[in-house]
Write a protein of this length. Structure first.
Length: 154
């Protein structure tokens, strides 16, 4: 029985890590093809999937044609990400995802009110994160105007 539980746990960790890697790769590449690929391959914890899907949809909004299509993708993504954050308000990864969107979204969408709060939570929680997530955050901080690599203290 213990072996079965261990296998299930390790499998879920693999899918989580795999989904995370696919998502962050797609966000980094920033192409519609990569975003769609990541969206079609999401799996794992329901709340993580919500956060990832929301972030990917908001990113996709900037890549699709037509103002209504853009707005529909953005609204759907925003709702999913905000639901995930509401469920796990102190989750550093979700706050990081939201920060990346807030930093780059056009001001007309009014989605930038939580930048400082998200930044503070990320900086506080950073030392406790796994190495992969720390790496994604460090890479992002190299080009961010909000997060600075020198503020990320292990």
């Amino acid at each position: 029985m213990m072996k079965i539980i261990s296998t299930i746990f390790l499998t879920s960790l693999f899918f989580f890590a795999s989904s995370r890697a696919v998502v962050f790769n797609a966000l980094n590449e920033g192409t519609l093809e990569k975003i769609d690929h990541a969206l079609s391959n999401l799996q794992g914890d329901e709340n993580d999937v919500k956060a990832y899907k929301g972030t990917l949809l908001m990113t996709k909004a900037g890549l699709v044609n037509g103002p209504m299509n853009k707005l529909d993708h953005f609204k759907e993504g925003r709702e999913l990400l905000e639901d995930a954050i509401e469920s796990r308000n102190a989750n550093v990864e979700y706050r990081f995802l939201r920060l990346t969107i807030q930093e780059h979204v056009p001001g007309i969408l009014n989605y930038n009110d939580e930048i400082e709060e998200d930044k503070a939570l990320i900086l506080r929680g950073y030392p406790e994160l796994d190495a992969d997530l720390k790496g994604y955050i460090k890479d992002y901080a190299k080009q961010s105007t909000v997060l600075k690599a020198e503020d990320l203290i292990d």
